[in-house]
Design a protein around this ligand. Structure first.
Ligand SMILES: [Fe+2]
Ligand SMILES: [Fe+2]
Length: 381
């Protein structure tokens, strides 16, 4: 009988932690093959486009190329819909034939809740499991569960100790976004692919980075067109134009400023206080933008904060003075913005502190600190 292990995951990107676990499981469980199966990620949840699934698949291909026991399946990604383990394994079994015994490779935490998975009974009756144990994990509860499942369903479970490899995909994404080295955390061919395709990084000075920016721009534009009411959309378009002009005026990358402007009110329905923070989270999670400066500009666009960067000030100011804004004094602010970025930010902060106090609303500490900081700097100038 052929023993086949299936290891799923988002592999975003695949790294040595995955590969070491797969190899160890293969040897210890005497598998004739380990199949890496990148998961499809729901576009509703992740806002991920198909090409990104293709990138993850290609990275897994490159990472596993040199190992004759490793193969890659596009079964989940190819279906373009969220699939449940039971369904995937059943399809895989059909393809592999009766003589193949399928082992699903999973972690302890996931396995502990296996009875809550969809079609759990079917899964437990027809398939076998390999659990990668990490040092420090308590085996007692797990053994009890394994014993019970064996009695109840005849489930076969193999435990394999996996070495503690402290590598995570999210850490790799972060390193790459900051332009730091991720070498030796993942195979070189994967890293080369990430570099040539400009994944996980928004370096607008490179061709790949510029391509990504254009793609992000298309996606967020589609998103806000569907999510925002017409007046908010008009406001956003105004912020894009104003932020771009201010960026050129003050030596900041206008493309970055425009992208931040497109994102800044994209989650406005989350409320006045929270929408900046939530939009910043969305940039990171769904668009893989990890440029700290851009993230902060969006996160603090309503309140400002102490020690704001030029980009942060530009978005903060553009939000207040874009062409569709109409309130007493806005014209003067627009003129001031042309020649004095700090002065104009300071004036907007004073204005909003006054506005909030007059109405007895809660004042955000960040705004007060941002104003005090700019005032102090002015004294020293
Ligand atoms: Fe806003
Ligand atoms: Fe806004």
């Amino acid at each position: 009988m052929k023993k086949i292990g299936i290891i799923g995951g988002s592999f975003d990107p695949i790294h040595y932690g995955h590969l070491i676990l797969a190899e160890q499981v293969r040897v210890e469980s005497e598998l004739s093959q380990v199949v890496f199966m990148p998961a499809y990620i729901s576009p509703f949840k992740q806002n991920t486009k198909a090409a990104e699934a293709a990138d993850r698949l290609e990275m897994v291909r490159r990472a596993t190329e040199g190992n004759p026991y490793f193969t890659v399946s596009d079964m989940e990604i190819g279906r373009q819909c969220v699939s449940y383990t039971a369904e995937t394994l059943r399809k895989f079994q059909d393809k592999a034939g009766e003589e193949a015994e399928i082992y699903f490779i999973t972690g302890t935490d996931a396995f502990m809740s296996i009875e809550e998975w969809r079609d759990a009974e079917f899964l437990l009756c027809y398939f076998s499991f390999i659990i990668g144990l990490r040092p420090g994990v308590s085996e007692e509860k797990l053994d009890r569960l394994i014993g019970r499942l064996r009695k109840q369903y005849g489930t076969r479970v193999i435990k394999v100790w996996s070495p503690k490899v402290d590598i995570s995909s999210s850490h790799i994404r972060e390193l790459i976004s900051e332009g730091k080295s991720a070498r030796y955390l993942l195979p070189d061919p994967v890293l080369e692919y990430i570099e040539t395709e400009g994944l996980y990084r928004l370096d607008l000075s490179t061709e790949a980075g510029a391509g990504r920016a254009a793609e992000i721009r298309r996606r967020i534009t589609d998103y806000i067109r569907a999510a925002l009411k017409p007046s908010r959309l008009l406001h956003t378009e105004g912020v894009v134009k104003t932020a771009s002009a201010l960026a050129v005026r003050y030596g900041v990358d206008p493309e970055k400023a425009e992208l931040c402007a497109l994102f800044h009110d994209s989650c406005r329905s989350a409320g006045n206080l929270e929408h900046g923070r939530i939009a910043a989270e969305m940039m990171k999670k769904d668009y893989n933008i990890l440029d700290e400066d851009m993230i902060n500009a969006v996160k603090y666009h309503t309140t400002g904060r102490e020690g704001m960067s030029q980009l942060e000030k530009i978005l903060y100011l553009a939000d207040a003075i874009e062409p569709s804004r109409a309130y007493p004094g806005v014209e003067e602010l627009r003129r001031l913005a042309e020649k004095d970025l700090n002065g104009a930010c300071l004036a907007v902060m004073e204005h909003s502190i006054r506005y909030v106090r007059e109405r007895g609303l809660a004042l955000d500490e960040n705004t007060v600190r941002a104003r005090d900081y700019l005032l102090k700097r002015r004294e020293h100038e």
